[in-house]
Design a protein around this ligand. Structure first.
Ligand code: AMP
Length: 561
């Protein structure tokens, strides 16, 4: 990390955070504070109580975790008893929040412990005895430890009630009350809740002192003359997001797309994943120099790339003429940000498309955005493998139609004639279609993407996310002695097998006969060439244009060894 990177997290420095925290944030690839962080952090650093209405996805965890850590550093970590207690409704959230505190506090050495029911109490006891600075707990288990006098709250400087409405829904009201009784009078208290029913207000009146009030999405954000944008959302478990993005793009077939991510790390990882899946993606974030950015933009304008993966900061001020699709890879942290992002398409009377990938627990933020922007975001089903197959068959059909209309097919008549002695013409045609279809790269991933239901108030407790499985196209063994070359242009760019054979035969020492299997998918092609010629062919193709384009050319990454 360079001093520039830290400099660029100035958004956070302006809030008054310590250098250790700024370093950690820059290291995580955060480029600027989210609205809730901008509003909540300064008063929290001053020691004020706070009542915040904010849902998951707004960045609320960092909004309270950073001030907690700063306070720890001021008090001086160490000692046995915790200085901060965060109460959360579920064990998943306890783990997530304590991981976040741990990440942000890596340079401050703060000791964090999640405590929740279902985990053996012995281990928690040992950790508590060893000394802990921040405890993140579900109310039931916290009370358990308080009763055993293994969790002593006398030294607490801060208490946070996170997702307070959910804690009440789950029947923790009395437990919270009892826990707060055990905490020192002079503590700082923070309450975050996605909704503000009267019961939350009454807890706030009783336990918070002149709190600062913050609400994300209070003001209607009316974008004036709204752009013409079709807005939809897909609810997908995190582990399946790259596959879902690919599937949606395959079906949408956009001209040019910008995909917004939260952090630099996410931008880099997603760009690599999408390239591995055969898309031509370019990364753009605040950690890149001007020259690098210019190069990326040039590739996008010239059509050498069709997917720009970017952070908000990096994309600010960009004007991309032919942009048709905006994708929010996560639900944006505030309605303003959503409006700003989708304003990039649907210009000059053309229809644009805005797509949001939401995780099941982000549904509230999606609702807030709908309400505040007064627009409708339709939740759609991720296209299934069957949808994708149907679309591929449709593509094969159009390719055949095109060939019938445009190609000189006389050459092949002899094959049909001889087969017709033995078989029905329909059967011959079907076999030919099958071969054409298979040759067109049905190799792309065919994994079913599980449907994730939107979390509603009732099923709110089942926070399940997909297993973190890395899904990739299954490697299919290339022919022995052959190297498979990936070319980042496919059927949607009008590429046909003869174009590839032509390009290779023209540009390298190989003749058409030396070239092995060819697969043409929607967005990319794969060509097999003899191993010894691979480097030459790659170098030659990189110098040349195919159908007026200069696509990515490289060794296929997923070759079986
Ligand atoms: P939360 O609403 O606290 O659950 O946070 C949602 C996600 O946003 C988490 O994955 C955080 O790591 C991420 N996040 C929080 N603040 C920022 C920020 N300022 N920039 C980028 N990502 C952030």
């Amino acid at each position: 990390m360079t001093p520039d990177d830290i400099e660029e997290a100035t958004g956070f420095a302006d809030l008054g955070l310590r250098p250790e925290l700024l370093r950690a944030l820059a290291g995580l690839g955060y480029e600027e504070p989210t609205p809730i962080q901008r509003e909540a952090i300064p008063p929290l650093l001053e020691g004020r109580d706070l009542l915040g209405q904010a849902a998951t996805g707004t960045g609320k965890t960092a909004a309270f975790a950073l001030p907690i850590l700063q306070r720890m550093a001021e008090i001086g970590a160490g000692g046995e008893r915790p200085k901060a207690l965060v109460l959360v409704p579920t064990r998943e959230l306890a783990v997530q929040v304590s991981e976040a505190v741990h990440r942000y506090g890596r340079d401050l050495g703060a000791r964090v412990l999640p405590i929740y029911g279902g985990q053996p109490i012995g281990r928690q006891l040992r950790e508590l005895q060893r000394g802990i600075d921040v405890v993140v707990a579900t109310p039931g288990r916290a009370l358990d430890h308080i009763g055993r006098k293994t969790l002593l709250l006398d030294d607490l400087a801060m208490v946070v009630l996170d997702e307070a409405d959910e804690m009440l829904d789950m029947g923790f009201a009395d437990d919270i009350e009892s826990i707060l009784q055990e905490t020192p009078e002079g503590r700082q208290t923070v309450l975050f809740s996605a909704t503000m029913p009267p019961r939350i207000n009454s807890i706030a009146r009783q336990h918070l002192r002149e709190p600062v009030r913050i609400e994300i999405g209070r003001e209607p954000t009316v974008p004036g003359e709204g752009p013409l944008v079709r807005q939809s959302a897909y609810v997908v478990p995190r582990a399946h997001k790259p596959a879902a993005l690919g599937r949606v793009l395959d079906v949408e077939a956009p001209e040019a797309t910008i995909v917004f991510c939260r952090t630099r790390e996410e931008v880099d990882t997603l760009t690599e994943t999408m390239n591995g899946r055969g898309y031509r993606a370019e990364a753009l974030h605040g950690g890149m120099g001007q020259e690098q950015r210019d190069r990326v933009m040039a590739r996008l304008r010239s059509g050498t790339a069709d997917l720009l993966v970017a952070t908000d900061v990096a994309a600010r001020g960009l004007d991309i003429e032919h942009l048709t699709h905006v994708v929010n890879y996560n639900v944006p942290s505030a309605p303003e940000s959503y409006v700003h992002r989708i304003g990039r398409v649907g210009r000059a009377g053309r229809e644009g498309v805005a797509i949001t990938l939401a995780e099941p627990r982000e549904h509230r933020m999606l609702k807030t955005i709908e309400r505040v922007t007064k627009s409708r975001i339709t939740v759609e089903k991720v296209p299934t493998v069957a949808d994708l197959r149907a679309r591929r068959l449709e593509l094969t059909r159009s390719a055949l139609e095109e060939s019938i209309l445009e190609d000189d097919l006389e050459h092949f008549r002899v094959v049909v004639d001889t087969l017709a002695d033995e078989f029905d013409v329909m059967e011959i045609a079907m076999a030919a279609v099958k071969l054409a279809h298979e040759a067109s790269g049905a190799a792309a991933d065919e994994e079913e993407i599980p449907e994730a239901p939107l979390r509603t108030e009732r099923d709110g407790r089942t926070r399940r996310e997909g297993a973190g499985r890395d899904e990739r196209r299954p490697p299919r063994t290339p022919t022995r002695g052959m190297t498979r070359i990936f070319i980042g242009a496919g059927r949607s760019a009008g590429i046909r097998p003869q174009d590839l054979v032509g390009a290779i035969a023209n540009e390298s020492s190989l003749s058409g006969r030396d070239i092995g299997a060819i697969e043409i998918a929607d967005r990319f092609s794969l060509v097999e060439v003899p191993d010894p010629a691979a480097e030459d062919v790659i170098a030659a193709l990189r110098q040349s244009t195919i159908k007026g384009r200069k696509p990515t050319v490289r060794r296929e990454r997923f070759q079986a060894r």
